[in-house]
Design a protein around this ligand. Sequence first.
Ligand code: FES
Ligand code: FES
Length: 153
Amino acid sequence: MSRTIQMTVNGVQQEVTIKPRVTLLEVLRDHLHLTGTKLGCDQEVCGACTVLLDDLPVSSCSVLGLDADGCQVQTIEGLASNGDLHPIQQAFIDKGAFQCAFCTPGMIMAVKALQDQLSDPSEERIRHFLAGNICRCGCHMEILEVVRSLYSA
Ligand code: FES
Ligand code: FES
């Protein structure tokens, strides 16, 4: 049986009617057409589907849409403002921290959560925080450079 849920996505109130097994990722991509968030492993392993749910990073492939009812969701589409990239997005470009860019939206949302939560993280904390986001192109060193540059700015 379908149910109607409401959530605020990137500051915009949304209402969707979904079946109980539909994931938050499917709500975003298939119902709201926000395809920046990627489907990788579909098993809560790769982090490609990372979004912020009430300010906490989650693997949206592993969260039911029904469990996001009434929540705030932030996706990669919500970061740029008035045509200007978010500083994290710009830093990824400046440091060349991607190749195919499939992991990049999820990685950027994880870095956003890191910045929101920790004011002066150690290298170890940064690595631990980002451990759930995998870059198959092997850009992890450049991504670490991005994070260091954001904290030293
Ligand atoms: S697609 Fe969700 S963690 Fe990989
Ligand atoms: S840039 Fe290709 S998976 Fe990360």
